[in-house]
Design a protein around this ligand. Sequence first.
Ligand code: GLN
Ligand code: ZN
Length: 771
Amino acid sequence: MKTQNLGYPRIGSQRELKKAEEAYWSGKSSLDELLKVGKQIRIHNWKLQQSIGIDLIPSNDFSYYDQILDHSILFGNIPERYKAIEANQNLNAYDLYFAMARGYQKNGLDITAMEMTKWFDTNYHYIVPEFKKGQTFTLNSEKILREYQEAKELEIETKPVLVGPVSYLLLGKEKESGFHRLDLLESLLSKYLDLLKELAKQNVEWIQIDEPFLALDLDTRSKEAFHYAYSEISKVISSTSSKIMLTTYFEGLKENTRLAATLGTAGLHIDLIRSPEQLIEVLDHLDSKLILSLGIVDGRNIWKNDYSNSLIQIGKAVNKIGADRVFISPSCSLLHSPCDLDLETDSVKLTPEIKQWLSFSKQKLEEVATLAGLTSGISNENLPEKWNRNQAIQRSRQDSSLIHDLKVKERLRNISQKDMRRSNPFPSRKEKQKQSLNLPSFPTTTIGSFPQTSDVRSWRAKFKKGEITESEYTSLLKLETEKAVRWQEEVGLDVLVHGEFERNDMVEYFGEQLNGFAFTQNGWVQSYGSRCVKPPIVYGDVSRTGPMTVEWSRYAQSLTPLPVKGMLTGPVTILQWSFVRDDQPRWETCFQIGLAIRDEVVDLEKAGIRIIQIDEPAIREGLPLRKKDEAAYLDWAVKAFLLSASGVQDGTQIHTHMCYSEFNDILSNIADMDADVITIECSRSQMELLEAFGQFKYPNEIGPGVYDIHSPRVPSKIEMVKLLEKAKSVLPEDQIWVNPDCGLKTRGWEETKKALIEMVDAAKELRVVSK
Ligand code: GLN
Ligand code: ZN
């Protein structure tokens, strides 16, 4: 029995790569310095995996930005607009690479970045390949060969990781009409085969080819593409001594099982965390040679593996095909897990009781090695001890009083349909809200946050370090809030916000005030490029420790007669951006969070807040990867939102906000959320999304974002009037709000002020026109 790993985090356990990249990008360090850090990380990762005893250690899993972008370079798939950079003598291959990822605005050039989108249902973002009709590819295997050799010099034999030809094409987008990207398969494949030959020439033993699409719904065309591609690959590989490990993850193979098992590869990897039930079916479909890699240690979450469960699964495979044909592995690349639990040394932040339940990348590989040892029955004096300890920890988690709060469970058992519905339908609520709020037509508002200046961030840092007292910190924030309120009054906005200056992050801020949440010091996971996130850990039943935002909202409202929106993060988004407990269904955890938010909503109402916004930007991200599971998810996600929103009177106006996702196909679910107002990011596909809302006859009020907050550019009144005219042509006037795309925390005050003045003027112009 062998062990393998599909990929190791590349940011470095202290985010070394992030720091090195940002220094390089800002001109503070040289390319050599950046490359040195990259090499150090690779060497550290390989040696670590070797010392743990992993047999198949990946290479080419390292990337300076994104592995899909690396593949675009690998196959010379570089869009036309970057030719100017390639042609410039003074620029090098890394300048080109980063220009594709981040755009290039220097030396008189202004070239946009390639699009970035979410990697399946993770919070990782990849750079979307661009395809043109009839395009050709070239092979540029320098990186992959160099990294393989680098490990070889350390006497570590690695398994180069590639994204499969079919998945690579499916991950991309056609940039002109009249063809399908799979039309390019033959052309891509010829280079792909050359690459495999080159690798074989180096005597590479295993090559990992990732084809995550094999675990998704496939149309006939894609299935044929798989058949064709892998028959060609097999032809080439069969005459060499190299072997292909075909990997799938994030879902079960289901109806594609036969397809995946008969593509002629030497090995097949399956995800037994997302789809434990697929094991039996896959075992039934294996021919007499295929090696099966069991993805048995969760690569997407941070809980310690339960050895007894895993050994049952491994046992089934060993009984059927023999230990020689079974590999043990994490379920997917460890890119989606933090690096090393040993770095969590703050026992106040993460108590020893909780910490013992967790496992990060390094620990997960140790689990993989231990599981292989336990199954092989190799006599090793440490193994029984490891087994006993693992089982004791599982038991301690099952009955820990830290996790189980009977009051929360009881409350959840007693919720009824009534709790997930406002008392009256929207039209009658609208009437009451009209009277109580007395807003003009085309009311103006913002999404919640105002610029988090370096001052604001430095106060927070000082407060955390104990350099200023809590009351000093609060006074500073109060002043900033007051300034923001005065400023909004001056600009002439109709519905104000307090500015969210007290918040570090829209999930962490709430998690810190909820029971059942824990936080790490170094639990970073790459989100895109140099950006990392540190998701909170939901380990137990969730409830409020007390009101979370009421004081800030009450204070802001006390400063002005205009309505100030209460501002909350919704249950689905809190769930989606956390590591979630795996001992109960996700919906149950989400409902618990929903109840906690509901309490906050009710308290805000009691404190005199008339408008409350519950942000759900992540609702679409939670959508399952298989079509047939979508309805069930959307059902509970909408209910969790309704649970949080429905405790208030008709006259209290509930807003929600969503951004940066495709919403067209879930409009009816968004309508089911029954928020009185939704503010939604629209700038990327202005008409498309609005038209969809119009055609759908979206019943409640809607604020299509009229300007893109990701750019420092100040939009003009005329532009925004035009956009609002478009909105008017598809939606009834009395449904339309006027607001930016998203929160303004990353912007500066100056541009924000200019932009909002233009925006308010645009709304005023519409009011005049429509009189
Ligand atoms: N209210 C939040 C803000 O304005 C919303 C952020 C988001 O949508 N991601 O910052
Ligand atoms: Zn947003």
